[in-house]
Every structure is written in structure tokens, then in C-alpha cells.
Design a binder for this molecule. Structure first.
Ligand code: HEC
Length: 278
């Protein structure tokens, strides 16, 4: 290296540190923005290693969602990964097709879907990777009655969604509650204080409303049972979006265990060698 080059080294370090700091600041501010827009969703707390929850979720998905949505990348026989037998799958889960090697298709064509609902129900194979499980969980908890919408339902997380509230018999009929505040700061503080699903809507003359979904007429399930139902369903959708991830997690645990055991042997070998040198 030339002397000039060596003299530049501290300058380079300073520049590098400045760039790193700038990157960190940019990253931190990204986080802040994301946190702000996340204010109105709640955490799903799904556990993708809970096989029973995944089995229940698969059943709910086939029963309640597959009538309109497909999951074209998911084969029925892959469900054996969840501990289900071929007989259980063909007997309890296959309504839309007859061969266990088939994918989860749907009889409705996208054109019909568009004609019936205004928007075609999208394929849900990888929906959990697009939206994330917290979003899905919040979405399925935020349907409310809205007489003005064509389906009779609306959604806090996905306003004016074309999907009807297909789970209303279980969840009951929620209603929207609006509380008005005279500036944005107060509305924001109130929305955060809700510590749950809430969103802010601008009103005329700089006023803001905090929107919340509140329980109305009860459904067949209690609130906590319904939340568990949705958690299982979202857990399954998260699994379906990346089934191989469970294998990776299990393999990772085995590798770590192996390294742990190897460490014990390597350490005792090291002590054995060094004993003679001390
Ligand atoms: C009666 C038909 C119907 C059923 C049953 C149904 N959906 Fe939908 N769903 C729709 C339609 C139509 C849309 C498109 C909404 C739009 O884009 O406005 C949709 C959209 C969605 C979306 C948003 C997709 C996106 O990212 O834009 C999700 C998530 C979803 N459905 C999940 C489900 C789940 C989970 C179930 C089962 C509990 C289900 N749906 C059952 C009709 C249905």
C-alpha cells in the first residue's frame, strides 16, 4: 500500500462509520413507519410447530374458505406432514376433488367470482407470506355489519372488501363504533390506548375518528373460542405458504443439539491434550 493510501485509511474509517450510521438511522425510521401503520392490527401468536392447531386449521380452511378461494400450490397429500393419515384426509377434508395427489382447487372460476362478488377471491396458497399472519388474524377479527356495503359487511383492516363475513355464525355480528376527537394527536393517543384493533379516519374540519369493532349480537362461539379458531386457521395458512419451513426448523434443532454434544467431546479432548503441557 502507498503512504498516501495509508494516510487515507482513517478517513475511510470515518466515512464508513458515517455510512453505517446513516444506514442504521434509515433502518430505524423504517421501523418507526412500519410500527405506525401496524397500530391497528393485533398479534396472532401462532405456533407453527403445534401439529394439533395445524390439523384443526386445515379442517377449517377446507370447510370455510375453499368454497370460494383455491390453494393451487398445496396438495392434499402434503397434509400427511401434519400427522394426518391418507384415510383421514380423503374422509374428512376432500370435498372439492377426488384424488389425494391433487391440489386444493375450487369449482368457481375467477370470472364467476368477479361477477358474483365484484372482485375475484384470490388464491390463498401464499397469502400468509404476502400479508403476514398478524394481518390475516386481524383481518378475520375485524368484520362488522355495514348496511351500506353490497355484502352487508365491511372490514376495519381491509375497508370495503368484497368478501362477505363467512364466519359470522361463529363470531357473531360485530358493529363499528366511532369516537370523534378534535385533533390527530388525541385520536392517535386514543387508538394506541385501545391496545387492539383500531384505525383512524379523517373527518371534515380537521377532526378525526377512532374506529373500533365492538361485539354485537353473539355467535355460536365465545370470543376466546373464536380467537382460537382464527389462530388455528391462520396458523394453517402460514404453514401452507411454506410447508418446508417446519422441516427446516426441526433440522436446525437437531444440528444445534449435535453441535452441543460435539462441544462436550471437543472440550474434554482439548483438556486432555493441554494437561501434559501445563
Ligand atoms: C363467499 C366467498 C368467499 C369465502 C367463503 C371466503 N372468501 Fe375470502 N375473499 C372473497 C372475495 C370475493 C375476496 C376479494 C375481496 C376483494 O379483493 O375486495 C376475498 C378476499 C380474501 C382475502 C384478502 C386477499 C388479499 O390479500 O387481497 C383474504 C385474506 C381472504 N379472502 C381469506 C379468506 C379466508 C381465510 C376464508 C375462510 C375462512 C375466506 N376468505 C372465505 C370471497 C370469499
Amino acid at each position: 500500500m502507498s503512504p498516501a493510501g495509508r494516510m487515507n485509511a482513517p478517513a475511510l474509517v470515518v466515512r464508513g462509520a458515517a455510512a453505517l450510521l446513516a444506514a442504521l438511522l434509515a433502518f430505524a425510521s423504517c421501523g418507526a413507519i412500519a410500527a405506525e401503520s401496524d397500530a391497528n392490527i393485533v398479534q396472532s401468536h401462532v405456533d407453527r410447530l403445534d401439529a394439533e392447531s395445524l390439523q384443526r386449521g386445515a379442517r377449517y380452511f377446507v370447510n370455510y374458505c375453499l368454497t370460494c378461494h383455491s390453494a393451487e400450490y398445496m396438495r392434499y397429500n402434503r397434509l400427511t406432514d401434519l400427522g394426518l393419515t391418507d384415510a383421514q384426509i380423503t374422509g374428512n377434508l376432500m370435498f372439492a376433488s377426488d384424488k389425494i395427489g391433487e391440489t386444493m382447487t375450487v369449482a368457481m372460476t375467477p370470472a364467476n367470482g368477479k361477477a358474483w362478488f365484484g372482485n375475484a377471491p384470490p388464491d390463498l396458497s401464499v397469502e400468509a407470506r404476502i400479508r403476514g399472519s398478524d394481518w390475516l388474524y386481524s383481518y378475520l377479527l375485524s368484520f362488522y355489519r355495514d348496511e351500506k356495503s353490497p355484502t352487508g359487511w365491511n372490514n376495519l383492516v381491509f375497508p370495503n372488501v368484497a368478501m362477505p363475513n363467512v364466519l359470522w355464525q361463529l363470531s357473531g355480528e360485530n358493529k363499528l363504533v366511532k369516537t370523534e376527537y378534535d385533533d390527530h394527536e388525541k385520536a392517535q393517543a386514543a387508538a394506541i390506548a385501545v391496545k387492539g384493533l383500531a384505525s383512524i379516519e379523517p373527518l371534515p374540519n380537521d377532526h378525526y375518528a377512532v374506529l373500533q369493532v365492538m361485539p354485537g349480537e353473539a355467535g355460536t362461539m365465545s370470543r376466546s373460542d373464536y380467537e382460537q379458531f382464527v389462530r388455528d386457521l391462520v396458523n394453517y395458512m402460514d404453514y401452507m405458504a411454506e410447508p418446508a419451513r417446519n422441516t427446516r426448523i426441526r433440522l436446525g434443532m437437531i444440528v444445534l443439539l449435535f453441535l452441543g454434544v460435539l462441544f462436550v467431546f471437543a472440550y474434554s479432548l482439548k483438556r486432555e491434550y493441554w494437561k501434559d503441557l501445563h
